[in-house]
Design a protein around this ligand. Structure first.
Ligand code: HEC
Ligand code: HEC
Ligand code: HEC
Ligand code: HEC
Ligand code: HEC
Length: 273
């Protein structure tokens, strides 16, 4: 409410207020801002000290999240060491890809989201905040650091509702539900295959423990591929690097166990004679 107008109709005060605002905008605010937000460079310790008083929640989420105390990934790893364009820089996939390569990155780049983003990346405005539906397709941080989340928005402990809410910013709720149902089935099937593999391996008493470990390892890798294929919506990872790869693992385990049993039977026959 404008007090000046209320008290005196259309008074000179308005002019004075405007003049004052002009002085503030032109000289005082930039000077204060300059003082408050120097460009840097800063060390991680400096970022943390200063931002912990401004945004205690943000720093706490980072500490407790996957990039905090546990892994020692700091502010500058995503934002760089200067204020400048630190926000836009952290929103780009390049902020993540240096560290998250292999299946994590590949499952995303083989998804429709990844393909579209790669094609349109150069003309995207990364200054837009990561809010619902604010981008055409999601990049890494859109899903994982959504709306300034410095933990992991996609962490399984948040449950499926958070994920569904994020997807539904761009897709219809029905489509999202269907995707989640089929994703859950995919994972259940993959887990059954792993259980079957583990069961077979537990009967392979004649195999040396190192070989059992070698046979078990791909089972877990391919289960992870299915999880990444579902999480990153990559058909290649659900199918090619996921389910058929698990089927192949089971065949190899069965073959190896049968072979070992034959060998054992043959040895027994020789020693019995
Ligand atoms: C001396 C205090 C101080 C230090 C040190 C500091 N910042 Fe800031 N930073 C600020 C203030 C104040 C703002 C608020 C700007 C605003 O609200 O518009 C800010 C804003 C930001 C923003 C949001 C930028 C935007 O465009 O809205 C990011 C991201 C950021 N800082 C990251 C960092 C990182 C990373 C470091 C360490 C390399 C760091 N800051 C060091 C005080 C600091
Ligand atoms: C894993 C990468 C990553 C790390 C590590 C990280 N940030 Fe960020 N940060 C981001 C992303 C991405 C955004 C933009 C989120 C958005 O647009 O909703 C952001 C946003 C911010 C903002 C803007 C908040 C606002 O309200 O506008 C500040 C301030 C900030 N980060 C400070 C920090 C500080 C301080 C640290 C270290 C304690 C840190 N960040 C560590 C990725 C990261
Ligand atoms: C300097 C390296 C580095 C950068 C940059 C980085 N991360 Fe990470 N990230 C790690 C490490 C190390 C871990 C913890 C170990 C692990 O789970 O791989 C981790 C963990 C994670 C996790 C949890 C993984 C899990 O198993 O639960 C997610 C999700 C993640 N990062 C996403 C991102 C995203 C998105 C970005 C970019 C905005 C990013 N990271 C930037 C190194 C990095
Ligand atoms: C459409 C949303 C979305 C996008 C985009 C996205 N992720 Fe994910 N991400 C997920 C979901 C969902 C999971 C599965 C979490 C789970 O169930 O364990 C996941 C899992 C991960 C994990 C954990 C991997 C593990 O072994 O457990 C990492 C790390 C990760 N993503 C990093 C990234 C990076 C880097 C990018 C960009 C190249 C990216 N994500 C893009 C949603 C997304
Ligand atoms: C920021 C917007 C946005 C978000 C968030 C988003 N998507 Fe998408 N998604 C798109 C666009 C755009 C396409 C490509 C449109 C098309 O093919 O019709 C797409 C394509 C897809 C496809 C491939 C469809 C096909 O025809 O092959 C699947 C599956 C999918 N999204 C699932 C999801 C899931 C699950 C989530 C949440 C974890 C999600 N999306 C989050 C925008 C988004």
């Amino acid at each position: 409410m404008n007090k000046a107008i209320e008290l005196t109709g259309r008074p000179r005060r308005v002019f004075t207020d405007r003049w004052l605002s002009a002085v503030l905008i032109l000289f005082v605010i930039p000077a204060v801002a300059q003082e408050l937000v120097p460009d840097g460079p800063f060390t991680d310790a400096e970022c943390i000290v200063c931002h912990e008083t401004r945004e205690p929640g943000l720093v706490k989420d980072w500490r407790n999240g996957p990039h905090g105390s546990a892994s020692g990934i700091n502010c500058t790893d995503c934002h760089g060491d200067r204020h400048g364009d630190s926000l836009a820089a952290a929103r780009r996939n390049q902020a993540c890809n240096g560290c998250h390569q292999g299946p994590v990155n590949h499952s995303y780049t083989t998804s429709k989201h990844g393909v579209i983003l790669r094609l349109e990346e150069h003309r995207l405005d990364w200054h837009r905040p990561l809010k619902r539906g604010n981008y055409r397709v999601p990049g890494c941080s859109y899903c994982h650091q959504h709306d300034n989340d410095h933990g992991d928005t996609m962490a399984p402990e948040h449950g499926p509702s958070v994920r569904q809410w994020i997807c539904a910013g761009c897709h219809s709720p029905r489509y999202v539900r269907e995707q989640f149902d089929s994703g859950r089935r995919q994972q259940e099937i993959a887990e059954l295959k792993v259980t079957e593999g583990e069961g077979l391996l537990s009967t392979a008493s004649t195999l040396p423990p190192e070989e059992v470990a070698t046979l078990r390892k791909p089972l877990l890798q391919h289960l992870r591929n299915v999880r990444l294929g579902v999480g990153h919506q990559s058909p290649d990872y659900q199918w090619w690097h996921g389910q058929p790869a698990l089927d192949g693992d089971l065949i190899r385990i069965r073959d190896r166990i049968t072979q070992a049993r034959r060998l054992e039977a043959a040895n027994n026959t020789t020693t019995n004679h």
